[in-house]
Design a protein around this ligand. Structure first.
Ligand code: PMP
Length: 466
């Protein structure tokens, strides 16, 4: 196979890094370098590895962005995209349809918990969350409950970068400089056991969260609350695994108050926790809607969607407003190439990768857990093939390090040198490798992380900031 240098895409011999600093706006930029920033150039991917602009091979620790679940350079996926594009590259979903989208909807419904039987496709996770919320607004309007529209969300949440989905976000810093539809959203405490008050047990903390939820519903009034949106594990908030039983108790309060429970599985679906959906199989939940994206195509094509309860659609069909229109649809809803690659990706997951992910996950978690021996590490937590190493200044009080120390970024820099890409998040590093990772590769990953963290500790000591 011919390989070309990573930067060799400029038509006039221009260097990609130079072009980026003059013409490209990176996602999540800061004002001081907006439109003038280059990031590590990646030239190619293969299995769990990527190669950077200098030809250096790295383990893709975050699997792109929690998405390259079956690994890079899967010929089966490339081929199916080519074949589908040659047969039918696009059809308008406004008044036509294609077969792959219908077939994929059936297979997704087969895996979904409870009565989730119908799929609406989007272009990614933000548009999936947006779709779920607009659907909630629509059904409540049709059912004559125009006041029932508020959305409950939580600290630590990440649900997207479109206006309404971003309004649900609850991570520190995300909203410092950004507006949001605040009148529509009510935020609850992050279900983060690591940050629970001192001397409070996990069980008592769970009781507090549930009681806060119940009281909020009571104070606002269920007749004004349309939906709760929650990730089963808050991913971009730092892989926050909630206390046992808490999600099920929230689900019951939602059911009792006719509040739609939207489980945001953009990260956790399609194998990250060893199952196609985690809501039912891992957490025993039967949500009213599940949002998905990322792993549905292992990142090979931008696709997302919402799985919706058949009961909600039946209620619509029986309503007194048969002509009421759900005025919502994207040009690329039900994209044939996206759905075709998703079908093949699901074959790969079902034919062994899900089982493999379940098999290696305990090893992944226990090996990473050994990093807690390092004095900079406050906690290593996770589930399945997602984990977070959280660094603290002082283990007794669990104080996070000053943001300015950007500890995550420092660890990332050292690890990059050593052959591992990690995802830095303020004082944390997130790991979510491709699901095909082997135990031997896990050993390499953990060894590099250990060395990267040790080097960071040396730097911090030398600078006198730790
Ligand atoms: N929901 C969750 C839980 C996510 O992690 C993300 C993206 N990281 C989104 C929604 C938004 O997805 P996208 O970036 O594909 O729009």
């Amino acid at each position: 196979r011919d390989t070309k240098p990573a930067g060799d895409f400029g038509r006039h011999g221009d260097d990609a890094v130079d072009l980026a600093t003059r013409h490209l706006i990176q996602p999540w930029p800061v004002a001081g370098s907006a439109g003038a920033e280059a990031r590590a150039l990646i030239g190619e991917g293969d299995g769990i590895h990527i190669t950077d602009g200098d030809g250096k091979r790295l383990i893709d620790g975050p699997a792109g962005m929690w998405c390259i679940n079956v690994g890079h350079r899967r010929e089966e996926l490339a081929r199916v995209m080519y074949e589908q594009a040659m047969q039918l590259s696009y059809n308008t979903p406004w008044y036509t349809m294609n077969a792959p989208s219908a077939e994929l909807a059936r297979r997704i419904a087969d895996h979904a918990p409870g009565d989730l039987s119908h799929v609406f496709y989007t272009t990614g996770g933000s548009s999936a969350v947006e779709t779920a919320l607009r659907f909630m607004q629509f059904t409540n309007n049709v059912r004559g409950r125009r006041e029932k529209k508020l959305i409950l969300s939580r600290g630590g949440a990440y649900h997207g970068s479109t206006y309404l989905s971003a309004s649900l976000n609850g991570r520190p810093r995300d909203r410092d400089w950004m507006d949001g539809a605040d009148g529509l959203v009510v935020k609850l405490t992050a279900p983060n056991p690591f940050r629970r008050p001192a001397r409070v047990s996990r069980k008592t903390f769970a009781d507090f969260l549930v009681e806060e939820f119940r009281q909020t519903v009571e104070e606002i009034g269920a007749e004004r609350i349309g939906a709760f949106v929650g990730e089963p594990i808050q991913a971009s908030g730092g892989v926050i695994v909630p206390p046992d039983g808490y999600l099920k108790r929230i689900r019951e309060i939602c059911r009792a108050n006719d509040i739609l429970y939207v489980s945001d599985e953009v990260v956790t679906a399609f194998g990250r926790l060893g199952h196609v959906f985690a809501s039912g199989e891992v957490f025993g939940l039967d949500p009213d809607m599940i949002t998905f994206a990322k792993g549905v195509t292992s990142g090979y094509f931008p696709l997302g969607g919402v799985v919706i309860s058949g009961r909600l659609l039946e209620e619509l069909r029986k309503s007194n407003h048969p002509d009421a229109m759900f005025a919502h649809g994207l040009t690329y809803t039900s994209h044939p190439v996206g759905c075709a690659v998703a079908l093949k990706n699901l074959d790969l997951l079902e034919d062994g990768i899900l089982a493999h992910a379940r098999e290696v996950a305990p090893y992944f978690q226990t090996q990473l857990k050994t990093l807690e021996a390092l004095p900079l590490v406050g906690e290593v937590r996770g589930m399945g093939l997602m984990a977070c190493v959280e660094c603290v200044a002082d283990r007794d009080s669990n104080n996070p390090l000053e943001l300015d120390n950007a500890v995550g970024k420092r660890i990332d820099r050292h690890c990059h040198e050593l052959g591992l890409l990690v995802r830095p998040l303020i004082n944390m590093c997130v790991m979510s490798p491709p699901l095909i990772i082997t135990c031997e590769q896990i050993d390499t990953m953990v060894a590099i992380l250990r060395e990267g963290i040790s080097r960071t500790m040396d730097d911090l000591r030398k600078e006198g900031v730790w």
